[in-house]
Design a protein around this ligand. Sequence first.
Ligand SMILES: Cc1cc2nc3c(=O)[nH]c(=O)nc-3n(C[C@H](O)[C@H](O)[C@H](O)COP(=O)(O)OP(=O)(O)OC[C@H]3O[C@@H](n4cnc5c(N)ncnc54)[C@H](O)[C@@H]3O)c2cc1C
Length: 474
Amino acid sequence: MSSNQTNVKIPESLDRQAVAALRAQVRGELIQPGDAHYGEACRVYNAMIDKHPALIARCADVADVIQSINFARDNNLLLAVRGGGHSGAGLGSCDDGLVIDLSRMKGIRINPKARTARVEGGCVWGEVDHATHAFGLATPSGIISTTGVGGLTLGGGHGYLSRKYGLTIDNLLEVDIVQADGSLATASTDMNADLFWAIRGGGSNFGVATSFLFKLHPVSMVFGGPMFWDLKRSKEILAFWREFMPKAPEELSGFFAFVTVPPVVPFPEKLHLQRVCAIVWCYSGQPDQAEAVFEPVRNLAPMLDAVGPLPYPTMQSMFDALYPPGLQWFWRADFFKEISDEAIDLHVQYAQQMPQMHSTMHIYPIDGAPQRVSRNDTAFSYRDASYSQVIVGVDPDPQKMPGIIPWVKGYWEALHPYSAGGAYVNFMMEEGQERVQATYRDNYRRLAEIKVKYDPNNLFRVNQNIRTLEHNPR
Ligand SMILES: Cc1cc2nc3c(=O)[nH]c(=O)nc-3n(C[C@H](O)[C@H](O)[C@H](O)COP(=O)(O)OP(=O)(O)OC[C@H]3O[C@@H](n4cnc5c(N)ncnc54)[C@H](O)[C@@H]3O)c2cc1C
């Protein structure tokens, strides 16, 4: 269903007058089925997701968010919150309910002296990187610039700067949250400390984050880009990477990947559409040290070495063209404490069967600064994991997905016994309560207690949901 006129079920209790009153109250837009923008407003990044809300409130400010929350709660409507719309599971939208779409809330204010950025809830990371780069500053985030600040931060957030500066939540100083009762709370280590603990990894279970305050670091030019090796060398290269990374300076990050070489410039034609093993590097340390840092890797004679100096925002948007919105995505992920020889053999086996050409497997290093925070200091539990792994089946053509999904599932099932048990919430689809609980481990109990305090009726449940049988039986 993709037209503006859909079969969306508008709840009977939702009378026209109430909707008209909401429309009059919000400064942003209220979009309904039949409106000119409805089809476009429904679309999320993963085209496999096709949800049709009854109402989409494109909020202009915090007041709009408050009105929308109150409306959803009082009219017993399912409520979803959309930041950048990148969730693999499509958790930024819902069927038949109300979506609070934050995409108009784009304010960013940099304080170069204090090295902080105040960022509104609807920003995507490319916008933040653009704003901070003007001052030679940055904060850790993900590897695609179109990803939303909201979802990525609330789930934890890891990227090229994490080994040195921690997860995104480790750089979060303060957040404004509109809660289920419509009130606005500020959370930090000094204010509403329990809420601040919970939202740092506990996702969007506790309210709508309308503003984030991030710590910034001096990062401007970096040395980065991919290196490729023949797939036949996967075992050797993955084993090298496993030994090399923990000893490398924390300014160096490099995720290991299996990829298909895109059939476009700047990639040499002879490599086009070849499956290869890759490491995508980003070195944010002293420029005069870069050659020495990369020397052991270059001694492995990559068949493509595209590492060079570039502005950090360019590094951050390097994969945007390869992964535009509108592709089909099927995700499976896990955290790992180590990569055994047996696991490497399985990686090599599944890499040979990898569907062309967008599907991929990434292993992100999350050792270093993220591990210096204790597993109970924030809701993000897997501080003892060194790797965050994701396997994605991706293709523009929905017809190809039934052939691609079994590769993802088979690969994940083969590796899962070697994993730490849980996965990064931001890499999960809707995989059930057991998987959510496995991700939070002993933090789940505290999360459930805080959930009951701040959202007793589970209004915020279109997410990797924290719930307890006693308090939230739905
Ligand atoms: C191509 C791609 C690459 C990625 N790379 C990385 C990476 O390198 N590192 C990494 O850490 N993650 C990465 N991710 C995962 C990413 O962190 C999640 O998809 C994240 O949920 C995206 O946030 P969003 O705001 O765009 O998503 P949305 O779909 O808008 O929202 C996701 C969830 O967060 C909630 N939410 C969003 N904003 C708010 C808010 N302001 N207040 C309350 N709740 C909110 C939504 O309700 C929903 O439950 C990647 C995802 C994609 C698709």
